[in-house]
Design a protein around this ligand. Structure first.
Ligand SMILES: [Fe+2]
Length: 146
């Protein structure tokens, strides 16, 4: 596994942790916009599992093994596990999501840049799409945070 393939596994691990965290935000959000945020976060975890699956399968195509254990993904993830048992305001949910999507986007950019430098379009095209998807998510979230 080369340098950016190790980062890809970090990305996979982060999405595994983030998938569960997104559920916690989906369940615990409260407030007058409950239905809209609850449903939007559901669309985010559906998208996250698709991105996770594709990123993991790209490693398999290259004969590598994506992280598939919660213990290992918790260690590798750049997203912290959600451990709080409490209701959340819309602002808390949106601001937490902005911070997480910015971190995931930064990691995806690092992978894209290293893949481009290695002329490895197998990965660089995929991460280019991930960066574009996350830019749209961040636009939505920042509009909700006004
Ligand atoms: Fe649900």
């Amino acid at each position: 596994m080369n340098k950016y393939e190790e980062k890809i596994n970090k990305f996979v691990a982060s999405l595994e942790v983030f998938y569960l965290k997104l559920h916690a935000l989906h369940w615990n959000v409260t407030g007058k916009n409950f239905k809209a945020i609850h449903e939007y976060v559901e669309s985010l975890y559906d998208d996250a599992t698709e991105t996770l699956d594709s990123a993991a399968e790209q490693l398999k195509i290259q004969g590598l093994y994506p992280v598939a254990s919660y213990a290992e993904s918790a260690k590798l993830s750049i997203i912290s596990e959600w451990t709080e048992k409490r209701d959340l305001t819309q602002k808390e949910v949106v601001e937490s999501l902005i911070s997480d999507y910015q971190a995931l986007s930064t990691l995806a950019k690092e992978i894209r840049d290293e893949a481009v430098a290695a002329d490895d379009f197998f990965y660089s095209n995929f991460y280019e799409d991930v960066i574009a998807d996350y830019a749209k998510v961040l636009w939505f979230l920042k509009a909700m945070d006004r």
